[in-house]
Write a protein that binds this ligand. Structure first.
Ligand code: GAL
Length: 351
């Protein structure tokens, strides 16, 4: 079956090369879901930038984070003659078989934002420094509470990301690298006791799941007026769940609303930051990441050296990686960072 698919692919690729001699190549872009703002942006910028560079682009979203759909879409991209695949994997370990087929057919694979594990059939990885994202979130909590000056105790809860997304553990571990010592010495107290990744993870990063878990935590631990000082959330979709639960439970900005961290600068979260319903986010400029992925693909197809600045081990080999820089965003710098850079218009952030 694999051989037949590989043979068909070779034929299809020969025909498509003959048929589209003018195109720089055909790129299959595989995104996880349209339900999060983040991936709509990555998909749009990748498509626009690849097309501007002369590529034909097949862009697909895998339903709402549906792994079999992502696999089927990648198979179709191969059959359609894509000679490069750019993939943001839903599950880091579920693409090995289809990528083995891609490799046999000489198709290059770039992991976009999320590493794909347990395979030798990926070529490059373009992302932001994910551990650093968590460090920035954790350091924000340390600085805002004055933990280094011995202040406390403060109560903290944690909401992390999807266990299938390898980035999620990097965010969590990065944040923990900053706050763990204060949990250990009692300046931070997690009243629910849920401090390990498996306990605080949020399948598919969904707002509703994070909100439901926060509802339960509030009901069980904070209903009687026990202060909640921090909800350390790994990204904006989970932060929005925390915010919704807190507002529903009667927490008020300027009175007892906790510090809430996030990531991605989703429009909904930036609006929350402006209102004090979220404290900070991380700006990952998806225009820059898309441009980096396009640069990598250009170099690979031209047979030129590929510029990288790190490696990430995917359990099989050290994947040559380019890390882009994640930036801190809050109410004081969002205008310059997000509007000044042309990422958002002022109107899009107005209520
Ligand atoms: C991660 C990504 C984050 C966030 C999250 C949820 O892999 O790096 O920026 O968007 O997925 O989609």
């Amino acid at each position: 079956m694999k051989k037949v698919l590989a043979l068909t692919l070779t034929l299809v690729m020969i025909l498509s090369v003959v048929g589209s001699a003018m195109a720089a190549g055909k790129v299959g872009v595989s995104m996880p879901t349209k339900s999060l703002q983040r991936w709509n942006e990555d998909g749009d910028y990748l498509k626009a930038q690849f097309e501007a560079a002369g590529y034909e682009v097949e862009l697909q979203y895998a339903g709402d984070n549906d792994v079999p759909t992502q696999v089927a879409q990648l198979e179709t991209m191969l059959l359609n003659g894509c000679n490069v695949l750019v993939i943001t994997a839903i599950d880091a370990t579920s693409l090995g078989t289809v990528l083995a087929t891609a490799k046999e057919a000489g198709v290059k694979v770039v992991c976009h934002d999320r590493i794909i594990l347990d395979t030798d059939a990926v070529d490059y990885y373009a992302t932001f420094d994910n551990f650093q994202v968590g460090e920035i979130q954790g350091q924000y909590v340390v600085d805002t509470l004055g933990l280094a000056d011995g202040k406390g105790p403060f109560n903290i809860e944690f909401i992390a990301g999807d266990p299938g997304d390898n980035n999620a553990t990097y965010f969590f571990n990065g944040a923990m690298s900053k706050v763990q010592q204060y949990l250990d010495n009692g300046q931070l107290v997690c009243v629910s006791g849920q401090t390990t990744f498996d306990k605080v993870a949020t399948p598919k990063w969904t707002t509703a799941t994070a909100q439901a878990r926060m509802d339960d935590i509030i009901a069980a631990n904070y209903a009687g007026g026990t202060p909640l000082d921090v909800v350390l959330c790994s990204n904006d979709s989970t932060a929005q769940g925390a915010t919704n639960a807190l507002v529903a439970a009667g927490f008020e900005v300027g009175k007892n609303f906790p510090i809430i961290t996030g990531q991605d600068c989703d429009i909904a979260s930036v609006k929350n930051i402006i209102k004090g319903l979220q404290s900070m986010s991380i700006f990952k400029d998806t225009r820059i990441l898309a441009a980096r992925t396009v640069t990598i693909v250009n170099s690979v197809l031209a047979g030129e050296p590929v510029e990288t600045n790190s490696t990430v081990n995917n359990h099989v080999f050290d994947v040559p990686t380019f890390y882009c820089l994640p930036l801190f965003a809050d109410v004081n710098n969002y205008e310059e960072l997000l509007i000044g850079s042309g990422y958002y218009t002022a109107e899009s952030l107005a209520d």
